[in-house]
Design a protein around this ligand. Structure first.
Ligand SMILES: NC(=O)c1ccc[n+]([C@@H]2O[C@H](COP(=O)([O-])OP(=O)(O)OC[C@H]3O[C@@H](n4cnc5c(N)ncnc54)[C@H](O)[C@@H]3O)[C@@H](O)[C@H]2O)c1
Length: 248
C-alpha cells in the first residue's frame, strides 16, 4: 500500500490484531512503534519484525494513562522523528453477565478501550498536523454496532463510544486533513476470545454467514487501506470486517 517514509504507532501491538496491523504496515513500508502494556512481549514482537528486515521499535505503556501515552509518543518522535499514522487498537474484553458487572469493571473497560483512544489521538495531533498524509485508525467492534452477543455491556458501550469518538475526531480534524476512521471487526481468532466459554465461542461461530472467524490478517488488510494514500478522501468511516455478521 506504499507507506514508505511514513511512521505508524500501533497500540496493543504485542499480539493479536495489533501485531498483525504492525506487521502489515511495516511490510507496506512504514516504520512502526509497537506499544503494549506487556513490554516484554512487545519487544519480542518488534524483534520478530526487525528479524524480517522491517523497521520496528517497541515501548511498554498502559495507554489508559496520560503519562504513559505522552512517553510513548515522545519515544516515537525521538526514534523516528515523525508520526503519520496512529492506530488505536489496544482493548480488553470482559464476558460478565449484566447482573454481575461491577462499577470497577465498567471503569476499567471504558478506560482501556475508550479513554486510551482519546489520549493517544490528543497527544498525536501536533505531530499528525505536520504529516503529508495523517491518519487515525480506531479499533471498534461489531459489538459497538449491535450491542454485543456474548461480551459484557461494558465492552459494547466502550466500542459504541469508539464509534462516536471517531465521528467527533473526524469532524474536528478534517480542517487539518487528518482522516479518522474506525474498523469494526466481527469475531476474530485471537486471545481475546479466551474470555468466552467454549459454548459461547461455538455460538459466535454460527453467527458468521461466511462460515469462519476473522483472522488478524483480515483486519490488518482493512487497516492497511485506511493507512494508505488510497483512502485520502475517506474519513468518518466505520469499516465492518465481519464475514457478514450483520445477517447472522
Ligand atoms: N478478536 C476479536 O474478536 C475482536 C473483535 C472486535 C474488536 N476487537 C478489538 O480489536 C482490538 C485487539 O484485540 P485482539 O483480539 O487482538 O486482543 P488481544 O487480547 O489478542 O490483544 C490485545 C492487546 O492489547 C494489549 N493491551 C491490553 N490492555 C492494554 C493497555 N491498557 N495498554 C496497552 N496495551 C494493552 C494486550 O496486552 C494485548 O497485547 C481490541 O480493541 C478489541 O476490542 C477484537
Amino acid at each position: 500500500m506504499g507507506l514508505d517514509g511514513r511512521v505508524a504507532l500501533v497500540t496493543g501491538a504485542a499480539k493479536g490484531i495489533g501485531f498483525a496491523v504492525a506487521d502489515r504496515l511495516a511490510r507496506d513500508g512504514a516504520r512502526v512503534m509497537l506499544v503494549d502494556i506487556d513490554a516484554g512481549l512487545a519487544a519480542a514482537s518488534a524483534k520478530k519484525l526487525a528479524g524480517a528486515g522491517l523497521e520496528a521499535e517497541s515501548a511498554g505503556a498502559d495507554v489508559s494513562k496520560l503519562a504513559d501515552v505522552r512517553a510513548v509518543v515522545a519515544k516515537t518522535i525521538g526514534r523516528f522523528g515523525q508520526l503519520d499514522i496512529a492506530v488505536n487498537n489496544a482493548g480488553i474484553l470482559r464476558a460478565t453477565r449484566l447482573e454481575e458487572v461491577t462499577p470497577e469493571e465498567w471503569d476499567l473497560v471504558l478506560a482501556v478501550n475508550l479513554r486510551s483512544m482519546f489520549l493517544v489521538s490528543q497527544q498525536a495531533i501536533p505531530h499528525l498536523k505536520k504529516s503529508a498524509a495523517p491518519r487515525i485508525i480506531n479499533m471498534s467492534s461489531n459489538s459497538g454496532r449491535m450491542g454485543g452477543f456474548e461480551s459484557s455491556v461494558s465492552y459494547a458501550a466502550s466500542k459504541g463510544g469508539v464509534i462516536a469518538l471517531t465521528y467527533a475526531l473526524a469532524g474536528q480534524l478534517a480542517k487539518f486533513k487528518i482522516t479518522v476512521n474506525a474498523i469494526c471487526p466481527g469475531t476474530t481468532d485471537t486471545d481475546i476470545l479466551k474470555g468466552y466459554s467454549a459454548e459461547a465461542r461455538e455460538r459466535l461461530k454460527t453467527r458468521v454467514p461466511l462460515g469462519r472467524l476473522g483472522l488478524p490478517e483480515d483486519i490488518a488488510a482493512a487497516a492497511a487501506y485506511l493507512a494508505s494514500g488510497e483512502s485520502g478522501f475517506v474519513t468518518g468511516l466505520m469499516l465492518d470486517v465481519n464475514g457478514g455478521m450483520w445477517f447472522g
